[in-house]
Design a protein around this ligand. Structure first.
Ligand SMILES: [Zn+2]
Ligand SMILES: [Zn+2]
Length: 163
């Protein structure tokens, strides 16, 4: 059956100097994969792609799966940026024989990783960092060129299955 999960992630953005912080149009999501029949697989998504890539198992290796980013937008306020992504994926019940546990439509431990880019005005150089569910918070990201603060994560990303 087709399932839809909504991801909402907020980052605090210090005012200056301006580093043109932006969300990259890709993300990683933890899913229970009916293709390789394993729970908790890291699945890579790219906006615009009609399929995603499951990390698979030692035996299968990576494989394509029926999943895509359906919506991806961000709202920027003066001191924060909020990303909302909606991901569609095909899910079917199965039993993970290796972990001996049943699959869930939204995996047992939902997890997301986001990728962000920025541009340093001091050094005229681009940079990047990522933020994800499993972190010690608050997480701070600083510019790798001039050390200015770029972003802070205070809240765990919210993931919920849409009805
Ligand atoms: Zn898989
Ligand atoms: Zn900088």
């Amino acid at each position: 059956m087709l399932r839809t999960v909504e991801v909402r992630t907020v980052l605090a953005v210090p005012g200056s100097p301006f580093h043109n912080l932006h969300w990259r149009a890709n993300l990683d999501l933890n899913l229970d994969c009916f293709v390789c029949e394993r729970t908790g697989r890291t699945t890579r998504f790219e906006l615009g792609a009609e399929r995603a890539v499951c990390s698979g198992t030692g035996e299968t290796g990576k494989h394509h799966t029926a999943a895509r980013i359906a919506a991806f937008d961000h709202t920027d306020a003066r001191d924060r940026t909020t990303l909302r992504a909606v991901v569609d994926y095909w899910w079917a019940p199965f039993h993970d024989a290796k972990r001996d546990q049943p699959a869930h439509a939204l995996t047992r431990a939902p997890w997301v990783r986001h990728y962000l880019g920025y541009y340093c005005p001091e050094q005229d150089e681009p940079g990047e960092f990522s933020t994800q569910t499993n972190l010690v918070r608050p997480q701070s990201a600083a510019c790798q060129h001039c050390s200015a603060p770029i972003a802070e994560s205070h809240e765990t990303p919210q993931l919920r299955l849409l009805p």
